[in-house]
Design a binder for this molecule. Structure first.
Ligand SMILES: *Cc1c(COP(=O)(O)O)cnc(C)c1O
Length: 437
């Protein structure tokens, strides 16, 4: 849908046409498309710190951060150095390298409930493998997930899976036989009774409960007080495995993820995004008792040609070392700046009479175009996505790059400045004024 815009878009339009003739929708992941918001997707050619630049030389303040990984901003010097020096020694061996244990040690030191960890190449692989492991450990078939939570695109998890599928208005995915999801129970988020009921109905049959401890994939939706505690108590009582999918929240909402922030011990943790520092990495880990079931030690098979890739390990190590060495300043600063940004935009909406509410945990947040509150998928889906689309396009034209969907979290990182925040709030004021016209 070409629309009027004040940006230069000629080059991006040309690149989109070319890409669309070669790649479905012109994108290699559906959320990158602008189907739900309209307008021309900018083709990015360069990034530095909190800013990105497109093929028409437009500059944007970036609140996507590659969908979470880039907490240190684009082209962070220490991460770049680490990648370059690793690359000079060869890019992949399919044999063990020292950096794999380096990254394992860094993650484990931040996540005390993880004793052993296995690296894979994406969050999808991490959660898919964690589910297989939970089934191997419990010898049970059923899994519980929550509506609006996204755990990657493996068949069994692609049920009521939040942002990507919801943005396109489809309930699940074609090509997934119902037999493949017959053991997946999708329950409403933030509803303890639904979990109790499932465990009653499927007594001794539920292998695991998998949850985003702060949901990012229906927009940012935190767990209600004591909800995660309840999940822990129930799974413990029922001898079921609790999986925290911290692919987004790990090293984001706190150095030790949501499990540190809320002080809750999951059995298995899945990670991705930040631990790869912008390169493809995922991981799953937990107590040795469970992890020792993984091949070659145990009977649960899982493998990957490029798993533990030296460049990815180097980028991950550099990112986690930087976060560890500046932990105190970083997490309090990005929390404070995010608060100023999120509340600044929300009060601009209020002044303009635009119905909007927000959720924020540290540096992950969403402005929902609904009076709210947004606590689960039902309340999130009441958002006015047309209003969001208008806001999104106006912001883009003012040089603010937000996730192109109402149902995605935005992120702030260490390279965002007070000036970035000021400009973003000013752009939002203009956008809200234009929306009323
Ligand atoms: C991004 C994400 C995934 C999937 O990770 P990919 O690397 O895109 O496969 C899984 N779970 C959560 C919570 C995520 O945010």
């Amino acid at each position: 849908m070409p629309s009027t815009t004040s940006r230069k878009v000629e080059q991006s339009r040309r690149l989109q046409e070319r890409a669309a003739s070669l790649i479905p929708g012109g994108v290699n992941s559906p959320v990158r498309g602008f189907a739900s918001v309209g307008g021309d997707p900018p083709f990015i050619v360069r990034g530095k710190g909190s800013h990105i630049f497109d093929a028409d030389e437009n500059e944007y303040i970036d609140y996507v951060g590659s969908w979470g990984p880039l907490i240190l901003g684009h082209a962070a010097p220490d991460v770049l150095d680490a990648i370059v020096s690793a690359a000079c020694n060869g890019t992949s061996f399919g044999a063990s390298t020292p950096a794999e244990a380096d990254l394992a040690e860094l993650v484990i030191s931040a996540f005390p409930h993880v004793q052993k960890i296995r690296f894979v190449s994406s969050g999808t692989e991490a959660t898919m493998s964690a589910i297989r492991l939970a089934r191997a450990y419990t010898k049970r078939k059923y899994i519980v997930k929550f509506e609006g939570c996204y755990h990657g695109h493996s068949d069994a998890l692609l049920v009521k899976a939040g942002s990507g599928v919801a943005t396109l208005g489809i309930p699940g995915s074609a090509g997934v036989p119902e037999e493949f999801t017959q053991f997946t129970l999708a329950l409403p988020f933030n509803n303890v009774k639904a979990v109790e009921y499932a465990f009653q109905k499927f007594k001794h049959q539920i292998a695991c409960v998998i949850v985003e401890p702060v949901v990012g994939n229906m927009g940012c939706v935190p767990a209600a007080d004591d909800y995660l505690v309840a999940l822990r108590l129930i799974t413990e009582r029922e001898k079921s495995v609790l999986i925290f999918d911290e692919v987004m929240t790990g090293f984001r909402v706190a150095f030790g993820g949501a499990q540190e922030l809320y002080n809750i011990r999951p059995d298995i943790t899945t990670m991705g995004k930040i631990i790869g520092g912008g390169l493809p990495v995922g991981a799953y880990g937990g107590p040795s008792e469970i992890m020792n079931l993984v091949a070659p030690l145990g009977p649960m098979y899982q493998a990957g040609t490029l798993s533990g890739n030296p460049l990815a390990m180097a980028a991950g190590c550099a990112t986690l070392r930087h976060l560890r060495d500046h932990k105190q300043e970083i997490y309090s600063r990005i929390d404070k700046l995010s608060g100023e940004l999120v509340e600044g935009v929300a009060s601009a909406a209020k002044e303009a009479g635009v119905a909007l509410c927000y959720n924020r945990v540290g540096s992950m947040f969403t402005w929902f175009f609904t009076p709210g509150p947004v606590t689960d998928w039902d309340s999130a889906s009441k958002s006015n996505t047309e209003a969001f689309g208008k806001f999104f396009r106006a912001m883009l034209d003012s040089g603010i790059y937000l996730p192109p969907s109402q149902y995605e979290a935005a992120f702030l990182g260490t390279t965002h400045t007070a000036e970035d925040i000021r400009q973003t709030i000013a752009a939002a004021k203009q956008a809200f004024a234009a929306m009323r016209r």
